[in-house]
Ligand binder design. Structure first.
Ligand code: MTE
Length: 314
């Protein structure tokens, strides 16, 4: 069994926690730290609590961005289009209770609570690089579990070739959804073999605690070799389909955003180069760094695209 450990990055080390951590959450995570939570994973009051998680072989050894970088520079259009809008507005989202429905072409459709998912699938810390299509990047210490276990347990039928994902629609709490900036719900999709790849995770936390709301609480996808918009936040539905599902940014502008959206320094966005990126946290004048094919994860994922022309299937 994998050794469990507590992240070396504790909230107490990080000043930005007040951006999203209210007093009740603080007490809950304190109880968990002291080992007083009644179960390994679950909830205290109306918040979720994470406890033990193991270290992953898939983590980068690069230094993570600060919690402040990760929680104050976000894309989450349900809460506005500015980078600081999610930090200001996402606290309005009720994340508990929450149901994640799994349906479509599978023999074992089901609806899970977050507590059920966290109890069923072992959590790991995955320190991944996130590369946004806007040409910035960050290193994030996610906590989550591989999506492939949930897919196997859902028993997809032979015709199922894709997996689609949907975010919650709740304009009362998601002020960005009161305007038609995007067609809601935010939707994403993966080919089933991409979704089964061990790098694809469902994240329920970061920096050793539950997921901040601006980062997609209570549960989001993280697909580190693809542009960040594929890593859909606050999901309520996973469906197995035969046809390639419609995806939000592709629906918005198919010429600019393809279904695959693998990080690729050789295929430029029609309006800017993808050859390099700006690491967040280095200050305004920090130098750009070269963008890596598949965001540096080629050894794990390049095989998925053998024989494909990635300038056509961008
Ligand atoms: N998911 C939803 N539901 N809505 C969004 O607007 N933005 C995407 C992605 N997931 C988005 C989303 C984009 S463009 C990026 S770069 C990442 O979330 C940003 O994740 P982060 O804010 O946790 O860094």
């Amino acid at each position: 069994m994998a050794r469990t450990f507590k992240s070396k990055y504790q909230y107490s080390d990080i000043t930005a926690k007040y951006y999203w951590l209210n007093r009740r959450e603080f007490i809950a995570s304190g109880l968990a730290t002291l080992g007083l939570a009644s179960q390994a994973l679950g909830s205290v009051g109306d918040e979720y609590v994470l406890s033990a998680f193991s270290k992953s072989q898939f983590s980068t050894d690069q230094e993570p961005n600060s919690l402040e970088d990760i929680t104050t520079y976000n894309n989450f259009y349900e809460f506005g289009t500015g980078k600081k809008d999610p930090m200001k507005n996402a606290h309005n989202l009720t994340t508990k209770p929450w149901e994640l429905k799994v349906d479509g072409l599978c023999n074992n459709p089901s609806t899970y609570s977050i507590e059920e998912l966290m109890a069923k699938y072992p959590l790991e810390e995955r320190i991944y690089k996130l590369r946004c299509v806007e040409a910035w990047s960050m290193i994030v210490p996610w906590i989550g579990f591989e999506l492939n276990g949930l897919i196997r347990d859902s028993e997809p039928m032979n015709q199922a070739r894709y997996v689609s994902f949907e975010t919650l629609v709740r304009p009362e709490e998601m002020i960005g959804q009161r305007r038609g900036i995007l067609e809601w719900p935010y939707r994403e999709g993966l080919r089933i073999d991409e979704a089964m790849n061990p790098l694809t995770i469902l994240s329920v936390g970061l920096y050793g605690d539950i997921l901040p709301k601006q980062n997609g609480a209570p549960i989001r996808i993280v697909v580190p070799w693809k542009y960040g918009f594929k890593s859909i936040k606050s999901i309520v539905r996973i469906s197995f389909t035969e046809q390639m599902p419609a995806t939000t940014w592709n629906m918005q502008n198919p010429r600019e955003y393809g279904f695959y959206s693998n990080v690729n320094p050789n295929v430029n966005h029609p309006r800017w180069s993808q050859a390099s990126e700006r690491p967040i946290g280095g200050g305004l004048f920090a130098s750009r760094i070269p963008t890596e094919m598949f965001n540096g994860y080629g050894e794990y994922v390049a095989d998925l695209y053998t024989g494909m022309d990635l300038s056509v299937d961008y």
